[in-house]
Every structure is written in C-alpha cells, then in structure tokens.
Design a protein around this ligand. Structure first.
Ligand SMILES: Nc1ncnc2c1ncn2[C@@H]1O[C@H](COP(=O)(O)OP(=O)(O)OP(=O)(O)O)[C@@H](O)[C@H]1O
Ligand SMILES: [Mg+2]
Length: 377
C-alpha cells in the first residue's frame, strides 16, 4: 500500500515538475516571441529607414548579390534608367550599358554619369555582393561646355576689338584723303568715285565705333556746343550718300540751342539714326529733322518715310545685336540709346510698318554744372 502511495507521490511531483517546466517554457516562448516581434519591428524600421534614405538621394544605387542578382534598386536609379525597380529586382540585368562616361538605358535617354562599382563586405569581411553608384552629370557637362564656349567667345570678342581698333585709324586716313580727292576732282567721274569711297568708309568707321563703344562704359565729356551745328555738320558728312540714295533731308533753321554734350558721341548717335533711315528708304524718300524747346529740355525729332517697323521689331530694336538686316550688327540703336542715356536724356520711337519712323531724342539743358559752363558763360 505504502509502495503505491510512494509511486503516486512520485507521479504527482513529476507532473508538477513537468507543469512548472512547461509554464516556464511557455513564458520563455512568449518572451522569445516578444523579442522576435521587437527585432522584426526593428529590422523593418531599419529597412524602411534605409529605403527612405536610398530613395531620397539623387544618386542611383543598385546592389547585386554575390550571384549577380539585383537586390536593391533605389528610385533615382529607377528614374535615370527608366526601369521599374520591381521588375528588375531578382533578375541579373538593369537593362542599361555603360559606354565611357555615358550610361545608355535600353529604354531611356542616355546621360553623362559619374559611376563607380565597389564590393560590399559582410560582417565577417567576406564579399557579399557589389554596389553600382552613379550620378547624372549631364547638366554639369553642359555648363562646362557653355563656359568653355563663353571663354572662347570672350577671347574672340577681345580679338575682334583689337582688329577693329587697328583698322579704325587707317580708315580715318582713307576717309580724309578720299574727301580731299573728291573736292579736288569735284564735278568729274573720279570725284564721284572718291565721294563714294569716303561715304562707304564713313559708315564702316561708324560700325567700328559702335563695336568699340559697346565694350566700354560710355562716359560723355560734356562741353557746350550748338546742337544745330552738330546736326548740320553730321548731315553734311552724309550729303553724298543721301544724294546717291535719292534722299532729301530737311532741317529748317530755327535758332541755336547751346547745351552740354559730347560732340563725338552725339554725332555717332545721329549717324546711327540717319543710316537706319537710309536703309529704310531703298527707293529714296525724305528725312525731316526739327529741334525745339521742351521744358528744360531740347527735343530733336528725326522722321523718315521709309519702311517703318511692326510692333515686334519696334519693341526689340534697342536690344544689342538685334537686326533685321543681312549685314547689320544690330548695335546701332543700342549704342544710340546708351549715348542718350549717358547724357541723362531719353529716346522714343514712333513707327508704323509701311509708313515711316520718327525718333524723338530729349536732352536736358540744365543738367551740366561743370567747368566748361563757367568758361562759356
Ligand atoms: N528708321 C528705321 N526704319 C525702319 N526700321 C528701323 C529703323 N531704325 C531701326 N530699324 C530697325 O531696328 C533694327 C535695329 O537697328 P540697329 O541700328 O540697332 O541695327 P542695324 O541697323 O540692323 O545694324 P547696324 O546699325 O549695327 O549696322 C534694324 O535692323 C531695323 O529693323
Ligand atoms: Mg543701324
């Protein structure tokens, strides 16, 4: 009897031990489950963080495992290679080839890239795959070639300026001697030829002056001059050109306006306007010039009845290098406007296609308070 009780006791204790071991095991299991959950969450979180970081950079990242299978493709890589990351992961190709500095996607736009490929080591130092990193540098390449082009253009501009400068002086002598010849041979055919030479040389000199003026700040040296005389002399210089172009020029005598101006610059501004009028009247026409008071200002109006301008040309005519002529530099009116602005004046234009053009220059009389004024008063 005592033997049976002993066995029951033993069994009970064994069951108790089993139960408590099972309870401990269950506890361990649930603790383990919690830990796994936590770790899984942590891994998920880290993966998400890694994905977000990889997707927020503008550098393409593609990871291949040891077997050459694509495992990671970030969004920048997807965009640049024009591939759907989901469709490439698990395969062994990213559907693009690298040719020198250029990456050529199978279905996308080739682009200049800065690319590198390096091995990726695991914790134990073994290579677990390799990563391809690349950045689109097409814009950078464009800027590089633009700046190279600008450097060349600047160098070319400097060279042109030097040449213009070199040509300018001998042209002045040619113009002078042609002028002398034409007055010596007045009334003869040869006199006429000499006239033509001096007229052409004068417009060429004006073009060179515009080019040389364009690169420098315009600083007028103001002195008192009679504006009417400056206009008349300028018109006289071109009278042969006007005559041969069948252009009549009218400039009625109406007083003398003395004002502070840079004679050379104002002449250049007038020449640009007059030459434009000549070009605008290929079959001849008239140019009317008048000068009048306009409340502490003097107004010069120069009107032609040439081809005129439509709205588009009128709005762009003062832009440097804007020209509608085959052989125009497009500097004339931009320099003219700068000259007038440098005299603290302004220039307006009224023009209609087919009817003609009128330039109105306004120059201040009272602006100048310099030395020249004292001498002249
Ligand atoms: N009087 C005018 N009549 C008609 N169009 C004009 C007149 N003046 C200027 N323009 C227009 O404005 C443009 C710009 O004139 P601008 O004098 O600056 O250059 P350009 O005459 O073409 O060349 P450049 O004077 O440098 O030889 C001309 O090409 C022309 O289309
Ligand atoms: Mg012009």
């Amino acid at each position: 009897m005592a033997h049976i009780e002993n066995n029951t006791d033993l069994l009970n204790r064994a069951i108790e031990t089993f139960n408590s071991a099972s309870a401990t095991l269950t506890q361990y299991y649930s603790a383990l489950e919690d830990k796994v959950k936590l770790l899984t969450e942590e891994v998920d979180h880290k993966k998400q963080l890694l994905d977000s970081i990889l997707d927020s950079i503008d550098v393409g990242v593609v990871f291949f495992d040891r077997g050459g299978v694509v495992r990671i493709v970030n969004s920048a890589a997807g965009n640049m290679l024009n591939i759907d990351a989901g469709g490439v992961i698990g395969g062994t190709s990213i559907h693009a080839s690298i040719k020198g500095e250029v990456i050529v996607p199978e279905n996308g736009r080739p682009f200049y890239a800065l690319a590198s490929r390096s091995g990726v080591k695991g914790r134990d130092g073994d290579i677990i795959g390799h990563v391809l990193i690349f950045k689109d540098i097409t814009r950078l390449k464009q800027l590089e070639s633009e700046s190279e082009r600008n450097r060349r253009l600047t160098a070319m501009g400097e060279l042109v300026m030097k040449i213009a400068h070199e040509i300018r002086n001998p042209l002045g002598s040619i113009e002078l001697f042609a002028g002398l010849l034409s007055s010596d041979l007045k009334g003869t055919d040869h006199g006429d030829y000499a006239n033509r030479i001096s007229g052409s040389v004068r417009s060429l000199v004006n073009t060179l002056d515009n080019m040389l003026r364009f690169t420098k700040e315009i600083k007028p040296r103001l002195e008192y001059h009679c504006l009417n005389d400056v206009i008349r002399e300028t018109c006289d210089d071109f009278k042969e050109l006007f005559a041969s172009s069948k252009i009549q020029i009218f400039f009625p005598e109406n007083g003398a306006y003395w004002l502070p101006l840079d004679r050379g610059l104002i002449r250049q501004a007038l020449i640009n306007i007059l030459l434009n009028s000549v070009h605008a009247m290929p079959d001849g026409g008239t140019v009317n010039i008048r000068v009048k008071d306009a409340f502490e200002n003097v107004e010069i109006a120069i009107k032609d009845n040439g081809v005129g301008m439509d709205e588009e040309i009128r709005s762009r005519m003062f832009e440097p290098f804007f020209s509608t002529k085959d052989r125009g530099t497009g500097l004339g009116m931009s320099i003219t406007a700068s000259i007038i602005r440098a005299h603290k004046g302004h220039i307006d234009v009224i023009s209609e296609a087919g009817k003609g053009t009128e330039f109105i220059i306004t120059l201040p009389i009272t602006e100048f308070k310099g030395e020249g004024m004292k001498e002249l008063l």
